[in-house]
Design a protein around this ligand. Structure first.
Ligand code: NAD
Length: 320
């Protein structure tokens, strides 16, 4: 079995490689060559931890495996970050375990890559202004991936905890982009592309805020009950997702579905736009990518980083 430790991932994986891996697995899903297994997520009653597995199989690669891990809220006392995960890859021909790959940084990279893929395929023509809602750990990765895939002139941002906005300002400065903190009304009116990445449980961006052609990558809602967008905005938009089954149950669409504003048939897998099976934005004014995070994304980036690590002689082989 190959081992690629968490400490090596930053030096191996690039945002571009993550983008390519995620775009290609979304396309494989749309071609019915790849599918995700049902997600297991358990509150284990120990250390307030949420532990689970996200797995799948991509026959086009082939890539088989799972990401195991979750959220340990008390990890600071151990000097560790709260999100902990490891990706295990298996040989699809024999079932033998092929690799264990650190999954913490990869999770941020694959999440940012998903919204960047949506921006590449769905951003309105001539989009210039990137609006960021959220200033936590993921937000910097999101901004970097968006800026890598589309040339923005400036970034505007809002966060429910304004003291965190320095992260957005610093990241924009690093990217050579001007940054301004604004109110949500201005963000919705001025931004051509909006990324929302918070842990909110109530709508923040309202239908009335969003003016003109806009693409929204809604990335924060990945659990039942979480919510960032006004259901009326979701109803008005053309909706895309990584996986419909997750979008309707744990994604942003869960609320508009529960309110009877939209049905499952109103949601299109982003992969269908990548493969050309769906026209994408078409004449829609607002598009939304409901990015819920699927196991196949984790496997795709882990398989890529394993390939790079083997090429560079950084993966370690152990017998099990
Ligand atoms: P973080 O803890 O570093 O930052 C949290 C962000 O949410 C900050 O902007 C904070 O101001 C805001 N926030 C906190 N409590 C809030 C509340 N009650 N209402 C509104 N906003 C609130 O978290 P992070 O690692 O940046 O992750 C942000 C979100 O993204 C989380 O919900 C996480 O589960 C989600 N996420 C989604 C995917 C995916 O694939 N879709 C992947 C990773 C993380």
């Amino acid at each position: 079995m190959w081992v690629v430790p968490e400490s090596e991932i930053a030096g191996l994986m690039t945002p571009q490689a993550a983008f390519d891996a995620v775009e290609s697995v979304f396309a494989a899903m749309a071609r019915d060559q790849a599918y995700n297994f049902p997600v297991v997520r358990e509150a284990i009653g120990h250390e307030d931890a949420l532990y689970g597995f996200k797995g799948g199989f991509d026959a086009s690669a082939p890539t088989l495996g799972l990401k195991a891990g979750g959220y340990w809220p008390n990890n600071q006392k151990h000097g560790l970050i709260n999100h902990q995960s490891t990706v295990f890859l298996f040989d699809a021909d024999t079932g033998r375990v092929e690799a264990a790959v650190g999954g913490n940084l990869l999770t941020a990279l694959r999440t940012a890559a998903a919204s960047a893929v949506s921006i590449k395929h769905l951003a309105p023509k001539g989009a210039k202004v990137l609006g960021m809602i959220g200033a936590g750990h993921q937000s910097a990765f999101q901004m970097r991936a968006a800026a890598a895939v589309h040339q923005f002139d400036r970034v505007i941002g809002w966060n429910p905890h304004p003291e965190m906005l320095t992260r957005l300002a610093d990241t924009a400065a690093d990217l050579g982009l001007p940054f301004e903190a604004v109110e949500l009304e201005q963000l919705g009116a001025d931004a051509d592309v909006i990324i929302s990445i918070t842990s909110s449980f109530a709508p923040m961006l309202l239908d009335g805020h969003v003016k003109g052609p806009t693409h929204i990558a809604a990335m924060g809602t990945d659990t039942k009950g979480k919510q960032e967008l006004d259901p009326a905005l979701v109803e008005r938009a053309r909706i895309f997702t990584d996986e419909i089954a997750q979008s309707t149950t744990i994604g942003e669409a869960q609320h508009a579905i529960a309110a009877g504003l939209i049905g499952e048939g109103d949601i299109t897998p982003l992969g269908a736009v990548i493969t050309g099976q769906h026209e994408g934005r078409g004449n829609a004014e607002v598009t939304i990518f409901d990015g819920t995070g699927v196991g196949l994304q984790d496997l795709a980036v882990a398989a890529k980083v394993l390939e790079i690590a083997k090429e560079k002689g950084i993966a370690t082989k152990v017998e099990i």
